[in-house]
Design a protein around this ligand. Structure first.
Ligand code: PBG
Length: 323
């Protein structure tokens, strides 16, 4: 029966009425922009699988960081391609690697910008896995010792937040201990708590030259069929001292974002990953979709699902569009 007194369309009648009742508002203030730094100087090369994103030498990364800050975006996350790779990924904690140099250079020239360091080994190991190998198995507890070094080196370079993305068990508490031991009490941990073994990371792996040389990451990243297991990971990371809980990827996992948001009181972040980005760029280049509207709708959906923070390659464009 249609009760003619009740008409939800009344509140959709004009932009200003819609604006009054809008439940979620996307702002650049909740975005983190990922940057890829490479060895060398004066380098700004477009990443072929991620149009609009660049491999940047440290000097050029500083320019980008200044622009990001001027756009009102509060944070960048630094990923790096190292000068050398070895079995254990030692360039990941080398203070002269691009990531460490970029963190300190950006901190120096744009001190107000928050800097997140991605803590992982896959870009640095010759075999492309996220930890130390024991045969074909990634040794969890040995890897923790290496991740501690990576996190401390990033904190020493000036990172405000470290973000472990390796999916080893116990890494949040190991990193917290290592940071506290060096008096980095105020460096936060944004944990890639619920990180699925996902095909959506494809373009990133070619951008970061971090694809595993054998096998895949299913021994440590989560099975995308699982949702209860996500809650177990969240409980563990909270106990271990994580400050921010991340779910990754974003768009295909908004059910998880929503479920986590309902259960916990920590800030929730989600990573709008490379595959999500490149699919939009490819379809937009073909003229099949309206890029701006697709991006604003997708990112707003992430907020609606419950994400406080969105890590996205679209950040600078979004900031421009929202002006
Ligand atoms: C490193 C890492 C990855 C991403 C962020 N950190 C790749 C992976 O796990 O294979 C993916 C980011 C993206 O796809 O945008 N472990």
């Amino acid at each position: 029966m249609f009760d003619k007194k009740i008409r939800p369309r009344r509140l959709r009648i004009s932009e200003n009425i819609r604006s009054l009742v809008r439940e979620n508002i996307l702002t650049e203030k909740n975005l983190i922009y990922p940057i890829f730094v490479v060895p060398g100087e004066n380098i700004r090369e477009e990443i072929s699988d991620m149009p609009g994103q660049f491999h940047l030498s440290v000097d050029r990364a500083v320019e980008v960081a200044k622009k990001i800050s001027a756009l009102g975006i509060p944070a960048v996350e630094i990923f790096g391609l190292p000068e050398y790779k070895d079995e254990i990924g030692s360039a990941a904690w080398d203070m002269s690697s691009p990531v460490q140099r970029a963190i300190s250079a950006i901190k120096k020239s744009v001190p107000e910008l928050a800097i997140v360091g991605d803590v992982c080994l896959c870009q640095y190991t010759s075999h492309g896995h996220c930890g130390k190998l024991c045969g074909n198995y990634v040794d969890n507890d040995e890897t923790l010792k290496l991740l501690q070094k990576v996190a401390v080196s990033q904190a020493e370079s000036g990172a405000d937040i470290v973000a472990p993305s390796d999916m080893m068990d116990g890494r949040v508490s190991a990193i917290r201990d290592a940071l506290d031991e060096k008096n980095f009490f105020n460096v936060s941990i944004m944990s890639y708590t619920v990180k699925y073994a996902s095909a959506f990371y494809g373009p990133f792996r070619s951008a970061a030259d971090s694809a595993p040389q054998f096998g895949d990451r299913k021994q440590y990243q989560m099975d995308f069929a699982n949702s209860r297991e996500a809650m177990k990971e969240v409980e563990l990371d909270i106990e271990e001292g994580a400050d921010i809980i991340m779910i990754k990827p974003a768009l295909a996992y908004l059910d998880i974002v929503s479920k986590v948001r309902e259960k916990i009181n920590l800030p929730v972040a989600t990573y709008n990953v490379s595959g999500e980005y490149s699919m939009v760029k490819a379809a937009a280049a073909k003229g099949w979709i309206d890029e701006k509207r697709i991006v604003l709708e997708s990112l707003t959906s992430m907020k609606r699902a419950g994400a406080d923070i969105i890590i996205t390659y679209h950040a600078p464009e979004v900031a421009e569009w929202l002006k």
